[in-house]
Design a protein around this ligand. Structure first.
Ligand code: ATP
Ligand code: MG
Length: 464
């Protein structure tokens, strides 16, 4: 189908010349001599380009450009004028005009500019629609409408456009691997491999050859040379999972590889360059690990160009129910049963449970419930015992009897303990949840320890 061009010129002879010329090039032309007529013609959504005279009597071609921008921001426009001035040219460029040509316009010149403008607009429309499709896909992979998930998706989308190192931090089962894969699939490396490796699963020597490869005969079992995962993931993404568990002796070797962008296979002295994006994931508080001397600070800063914190499931509000519904549909289909939803009581219970195992725990609970359900709707009785037992109030500070009431200090102590429990002992995360800095939290915990020590020291004398 021929591209349609709207041509506007109040000089009828010039208008006709442009129309004939453009039609001869194979374009379809809608010609208008008046501003009003042209303005009405802009409603036509099939336009590929507008070519307008600058001086339209009582109106300016730039007014039309503004109108066009409102109707279709992607429609390219070319201004032709017999009275070029620097200020009108500047104004035209500011208005987003694609080209500014002087009369008399040679048809050859006009054709070149017209085709380029149309081509450019087509590409930018395509890019935009791909981008929209990608963010729709992102919404499917990392579904959820809670503020925590909206923020996570935004971060993942921004990070995907870059090639920087990412550290994923979150409790077990929050979807760190899902996020790593999502970043990979939305990045320029999507066509390359995605290779996950669990750093906790192997002792130092095996991990080194797993990551960097080895030459033939490097050790007793090395009958064949191996490339190693850094090179397996070349052109793609390597996920260093459970990085917090990486043996200390291995850490400087990893740091060196990341800094020099080369690996040295075990048993060889050749340095092999790699082109691999590295994403690291951990459920351990690395800042604390550094303080304890089990994780190198320099490696931490190298890996952690951008840190993404995955929200625990209990911080995602009603997303719990949305995920539950998806899992119900998935498992009902897989197991060929007709379960299709939750009773209100079961839904309430899912919202009440703190989900220490996060999305993985929810998925397992739903699979079990779908398999066991006696009805089309999952009820409380179909949920695992742990989930069933979640108490109405997640904290039992609100005592009914006066003698059970506690001091503010004691309340604080218990609440800190509760938050630490919820974060799996992660002090950085606990401090964030409590809205205090880590130092303050440490101080409070120290004070508590000291008080407990005092009590123990006093204990025997008072008793006997
Ligand atoms: N948003 C989500 N939608 C659907 N499934 C999800 C989502 N997030 C996580 N899951 C599922 O939950 C399970 C746990 O996710 P994943 O393995 O990515 O977690 P993790 O943070 O890496 O946990 P761990 O620290 O235990 O390795 C997986 O089966 C994953 O498919
Ligand atoms: Mg994982």
């Amino acid at each position: 189908m021929a591209d349609r061009i709207l041509v506007v010129d109040d000089d009828e002879a010039a208008l006709e010349a442009l129309q004939i010329g453009l039609e001869a090039m194979g374009f379809e032309v809608t010609a208008h001599a008046s501003y009003e007529g042209a303005r009405a013609a802009l409603a036509d959504r099939s336009l590929a380009l507008m070519v307008t005279d600058l001086d339209l009597g009582a109106h300016s071609g730039l007014e039309l450009v503004a109108q066009a921008g409102e109707q279709d921001p992607e429609l390219p426009t070319i201004i032709v004028t017999g009275h070029a001035t620097v200020s009108s040219a500047v104004e035209a460029m500011r208005a987003g005009v694609w080209d500014y040509l002087l009369k008399p316009v040679s048809l050859d010149e006009l054709e070149v500019h017209a085709r380029r403008a149309i081509q450019h607009a087509r590409l930018s429309r395509e890019v935009e629609s791909l981008r929209q499709a990608a963010s729709r896909q992102l919404g499917l992979d990392l579904a959820g409408s809670s503020p925590a998930m909206v923020e996570l998706r935004d971060m993942v989308e921004r990070v995907s456009r870059t090639d920087v190192g990412v550290l994923l931090f979150g409790e077990s089962g929050t979807g760190k691997e899902v996020v790593a894969q999502t970043i990979h699939r939305h990045s320029a490396r999507a066509e390359g491999p995605f290779v996950p490796v669990n750093c906790a699963a192997l002792p130092e020597t095996l991990l080194e050859s797993e990551l960097f490869g080895h030459v033939r005969g490097a050790f007793t079992d090395a009958r064949k040379a191996r490339r190693g995962l850094f090179l397996e993931a070349n052109g793609g993404t390597l996920l260093l999972d459970e990085i917090g568990e990486m043996p200390l002796a291995m850490q400087p070797k990893l740091l060196r590889a990341l800094q020099e962008r080369v690996v040295r296979p075990v048993g060889g002295d050749e340095a092999v360059p790699f082109d691999t994006r590295v994403i690291a994931a951990t459920n351990r508080d690395l800042v604390e690990a550094i303080a304890q001397g089990t994780f190198r600070e320099d490696l931490y800063y190298r890996l952690n160009v951008v840190q993404i914190d995955l929200p625990p499931l209990r911080a995602r509000g009603n997303d719990v129910l949305m995920l539950a519904q998806r899992f119900i549909e998935r498992f009902a289909e897989r197991h060929g049963v007709s379960v299709r939803g939750l009773t209100p009581e079961a839904a309430e219970q899912l919202l009440r449970h703190p989900w220490p195992g996060n999305v993985r725990e929810l998925m397992n609970a739903i699979e079990r419930a779908v398999a066991l359900a006696r009805d089309e709707l999952i009820d409380i009785a179909d949920l695992p015992e742990r989930v069933r037992e979640a108490e109405r109030s997640r904290m039992d500070f609100a005592a009914d009897n006066a003698e059970d009431l506690v001091t503010l200090e004691e309340l604080e102590r218990r609440y800190i303990a509760r938050v630490l429990e919820a974060t799996g002992g992660n002090k950085s995360q606990a401090a964030r949840l409590l809205g205090i800095d880590r130092k303050t939290l440490f101080r409070k915990l120290k004070r508590e320890e000291a008080e407990q020590d005092d009590e123990e020291a006093e204990g025997p004398t008072s008793e006997g």
